[in-house]
Every structure is written in structure tokens, then in C-alpha cells.
Design a protein. Sequence first.
Length: 112
Amino acid sequence: MPISYYGIDYTNVRLIGSTGFKDPDYIVDNYFGSINSQVMLEREKYNFASSFRKRNYKVDLDMLADVYRGINSYSILTNSDYSMDKSLIDSTIQTFNTKVQEGLDFVIIIEK
């Protein structure tokens, strides 16, 4: 069974403590995509293939890069506790357009 890794999804992340995040646009524009790239640059450190007992896996970071463009950076700031419920996770997964017909799709969804 083929495995496809699409990266780390930050679409529903919340940064708690809005006074500590002076420039949320910079965080979205620079960190979200670059963290995904770093995981790929350090593939040996983040060896997902061995976790799934597979020699290789396909990587496609473009799907989430497109999603990041739609994030309102100021909506990710909060001063209260936050947690995602199962329905939000389910609806987030439904928005993914993986273009793969078979196999296992792998996305890490970040909450906070």
C-alpha cells in the first residue's frame, strides 16, 4: 500500500496569548510552510517510512501550501484555552484534495 505525506496542517491552530504574537501574518507566511520544508530537509530525523514499515513514501507539500494562503492570520490568535473537537477535525480532513486514489494519506493536524 503506497503512503503519501502531505505535511503539517495549521489551518485550525490557535496561538494562545495574543500579546506574545505581534505579527501573525509573518508567522503564517514564513513559519507554516518552512516548518514543512524543514521536515523534508531532515527526512532521516523524521523517518515516517520506518514508522509505517515502508521503504519509501510520496511527499506532496503543495496541497497544504494552497490551504495556508486562505488562513486569516489574526483569527489564529486567542487569549483563552482552545481544543479541536472531532467534528472540526473531520471537516478539515474533508477539505483535503489529495488526488490519490489508493493508499494511506498522512497529514499531521496541529491544534495549539
